[in-house]
Design a protein around this ligand. Structure first.
Ligand code: PNW
Length: 501
């Protein structure tokens, strides 16, 4: 013990000499080393340089980025693309900040090769994009549009040529306007059936090259914000009974599309959801609080992930809905819970902090402090441990064997510095702290297979238009010039090392 201490001291002196610290008169600066001393995992190598344990991810872990069709493609009136609810919404004055629209966005439709090259230069290994339903079926159903299919063929081929794995999302909110007009959108089961037909059709076209399909992106967000409080397209505020039926039609669309993709896709095609699971965090880690957080997470996702994974609505969900509960058949519950191959989870913020309680639910939810930090998106309350708990709860509650973080990202102001670079130190802080928590999950054996940063590039951020930025790459919306931010270099280094750096 004594010897060890002496060794440590001489290691320290050695290190300080090498670092030139003694010469700088900093020899009496114990605070510099106190964190090293406290970190039992820090190890001194032979040269006496302290080397912290590397936060590596498992072999084969995929480093990816994500975007979605309406947010990046532009080319809104090209090659036979049909109108979507987001075209209508963004062209309605007052609905989107500054009346921004996705008409041009990042012009990805024309610049996809440049962006794929950019991804390659950032060591991006996988890319999650979405297919615009209305490019494939301009009216939502029946007659396909070959030019739309050609675009996604070109995109997938270019990705593969550059060694980037394509992950395709079939619905990222741009519902064909024709289906909103004809069926009142997701209020009709006909829309769910049309979605399944389109999903099967795309699986048939792409599954020779695309192995992973996501059905619907963030059901919670587009339903609650678009049909519940009306701040997203189509801007409706439905009554509770109608809203519950619509939620049901949406999860049914998921189940029907899983079956269609299996029927039409190449053998071995994998399919899953990409849902923003609401994550409850135990306010401190005790067996009771962890159980409480699991129970809360299950309830918070009752209308979406829970019914998909369990094939039933929870008792508390049905009780709360009362007479407004959705009408459904046992057969529909079976379809909704058709087994999937993986779970995609979009995680930005903790939903809440909880502790065990001796009430009916078994947990108590704490309110957030007014001063709780967030990104420039007010809903994005920061809490790095939400990545750890999100993955762990999904694995524990539903036995998910393959998990992807399908979105995680940070919105910021991203000013150009006088040297025209973007020093987004806040995003780097976000990524390091969140990814450290994800690494903890993989270290403990939670089967997380990959991470998609949202987003590759600044883009049309729905109701706030171009007013906030999530990208690793900065977009000049006037010139369409792309400039990688400091965080892009950070991502590049981590992807290369497969570790948090
Ligand atoms: C998700 N909220 O959207 C979407 O999947 C992306 O298209 C989007 O750009 C990204 O997250 C960042 O916002 C959300 O208000 C939009 O709670 C709004 C909310 C949540 C998610």
């Amino acid at each position: 013990m004594k010897n060890k201490k002496i060794n440590e001291q001489s290691d320290r002196r050695d290190f300080m000499k090498k670092a030139g610290l003694t010469a700088m008169g900093l020899s009496a600066a114990p605070f510099i080393f106190s964190s090293f001393n406290n970190d039992k995992k820090a190890i001194a190598n032979n040269a006496g340089v302290l080397k912290p344990e590397k936060l590596s991810f498992p072999n084969g872990f995929l480093w990816g980025t994500a975007t979605a069709s309406y947010q990046v493609e532009g080319a809104a009136n090209e090659d036979g693309r049909g109108k979507t609810v987001w075209d209508t919404f963004s062209h309605t004055p007052g609905k989107v900040l500054n009346n921004d629209t996705g008409d041009v966005a990042c012009d990805f439709y024309h610049k996809y090769k440049e962006d794929i090259q950019l991804m390659k230069s950032l060591n991006v290994q996988s890319y999650r994009f979405s297919i615009a339903w209305s490019r494939i079926f301009p009216d939502g159903a029946k007659t396909p549009n070959q030019k739309g299919i050609d675009f996604y063929n070109r995109l997938v081929d270019e990705l593969l040529a550059k060694g980037i794995k394509p992950f395709a999302t079939l619905f990222h909110w741009d519902l064909p306007q024709a289906l909103e007009d004809k069926n009142k959108g997701w209020l009709s089961l006909d829309t769910s059936k049309a979605f399944a037909d389109y999903a099967g059709f795309m699986a048939e076209k792409l599954s020779d090259r695309v192995n992973h399909f996501f059905t619907l992106n963030e059901m919670w967000t587009f339903v609650e914000l678009g049909y519940g409080i009306g701040i997203h397209a189509p801007g409706l505020t439905l009554a509770p009974a109608a809203l519950n039926q619509l939620r049901h039609n949406v999860v049914l669309a998921h189940g029907l599309s899983v079956q269609a993709i299996r029927a039409k896709g190449k053998t071995g095609t994998k399919v899953g959801v990409a849902e923003n699971v609401k994550v409850a965090i135990p306010f401190y880690e005790s067996p009771e609080n962890i159980k409480a957080a699991e129970a809360a997470t299950r309830e918070l996702n009752a209308g979406y992930m829970t019914v998909i994974m369990e094939g039933k609505y929870t008792d508390a969900f049905l009780k709360k809905a009362g007479a407004n509960a959705p009408k459904f058949t046992p057969e529909e519950l079976k379809i909704i819970s058709t087994p999937t191959d993986f779970c995609g989870i979009n995680i930005y913020n903790p939903e809440c902090y909880v502790q065990a309680a001796s009430n009916d639910m078994g947990y108590e939810i704490f309110p957030f402090a007014k001063s709780h930090p967030s990104s420039t998106s007010p809903w994005e309350k920061l809490g790095p441990e939400t990545l750890y708990w999100g993955a762990r709860h999904v694995n524990k509650l539903w036995n998910a064997k393959e998990i992807y973080i399908t979105e995680n990202g940070y919105s910021s102001t991203d000013e150009l510095a006088p040297d025209n670079r973007i020093y987004d130190t806040d995003r780097i802080m976000f990524m390091r702290s969140y990814l450290s928590q994800l690494q903890r999950a993989t270290r403990e054996g939670v089967p997380v297979k990959g991470y998609f940063y949202w987003s590759l590039i600044d883009n049309f951020e729905w109701a706030v238009g171009y007013g906030t930025r999530f990208g690793l790459v900065h977009m000049d919306y006037k010139t369409l010039k792309r400039t990688p931010k400091l965080s892009a270099e950070y991502f590049k280094a981590m992807a290369k090392e497969n570790a948090v750096l």
